[in-house]
Design a protein around this ligand. Structure first.
Ligand code: A2P
Length: 273
């Protein structure tokens, strides 16, 4: 596994298992367990996914030491609006059956996020969170946060895939030392046309890899943390088997040219949840 050093000194494994749309119960438990047993050391969940309990059970069932796992969860929008950061964070710890998380994120840039951030800074000082960050923040959201706190998020988790590369925001974050994590790195699970894209299929054939592996490798070579989701053990294994090849600059450029600026998810400047 490769690691990226965060601004606060902690290291984050560059590939993690994302468990969005992975149902609570055996499915999540098995996915988390399979991933950890296959060599993953990074799991990304969120309160709103409703699967923190099974994520914790998967970690226990894997036999991998908690201290060797980078675990992320996220603070949900309604709880930010209601000013309930401290109590819902405690509930996440209880469900995950752990006494700390490696990374806690503001899930979306909703109103009252500044108060939530100040509370997260305190929780970090108390040792219950190793690193704090944000998700779905645009450049202006990051700039606004900097006006109320000197503590800079070490991570911004945003949407990025070959058809929605989000490169300008990635460049901005990287120029400020903010590590970018990407969600739906393969283009998500709804009407996914990326996994059958002709150019990507052509590149994949050349390296003897799958399209998913080529996309994951492309993200890694852009210096971002990749969070592919799968509930299938063979795919979970495949998605981490990306350390034995590297894309040439020419192939990186071919993928760069696929950008359609087409989001699969919500726009952080216009959402209603
Ligand atoms: P599944 O869970 O059925 O494997 P994302 O971009 O959000 O990570 O979404 C990935 C989507 O692609 C999921 O729907 C997942 O479905 C599927 N997927 C994940 N890994 C692979 C793979 N290696 N090959 C093909 N499909 C994959």
């Amino acid at each position: 596994m490769e690691f990226i050093k965060l601004k606060d000194g902690h290291e984050i494994p560059q590939i993690g298992l994302g468990v969005f749309r992975t149902p609570e119960g055996e499915v999540t438990k098995e996915a988390v367990k399979s991933a950890l047993q296959a060599g993953y050391r990074h799991i990304d969940t969120a309160k709103i996914y409703g699967n923190e309990k099974s994520t914790g059970e998967g970690i226990k069932a894997s036999g991998v030491d908690r201290k060797d796992i980078f675990l992320t969860t996220k603070l949900w929008n309604d709880d930010i609006r209601a000013g309930k950061t401290r109590e819902v964070f405690a509930e996440s710890l209880r469900l995950l059956d752990t006494d700390y998380v490696d990374l806690y994120l503001i899930h979306w840039p909703v109103e009252k996020r500044e108060q939530a951030w100040l509370e997260m800074v305190k929780l970090q000082e108390e040792g219950k969170i190793r690193s704090i960050g944000v998700s779905n923040f645009q450049q202006h959201h990051l700039e606004e946060l900097a006006c109320v706190s000197d503590v800079v998020p070490v991570v911004d988790q945003i949407e990025s895939n070959p058809y929605f590369q989000n490169q300008e925001l990635i460049d901005y974050c990287q120029s400020r030392g903010i590590c970018v994590e990407v969600w739906s790195p393969l283009g998500g699970s709804v009407d996914n046309r990326i996994l059958t894209d002709e150019t990507l299929t052509d590149i994949a054939r050349k390296y003897g890899k799958s399209v998913a592996q080529v996309i994951i490798r492309w993200h890694m070579q852009r210096g971002v943390v990749v969070l592919p989701k799968s509930t299938h053990e063979d795919r979970i294994r495949q998605n981490i088997d990306v350390f034995d090849f590297a894309l040439t600059k020419q192939d990186m450029d071919r993928i760069r040219a696929l950008d359609k600026n087409e989001r699969t998810g919500a726009d952080p400047d216009h959402f209603d949840f």
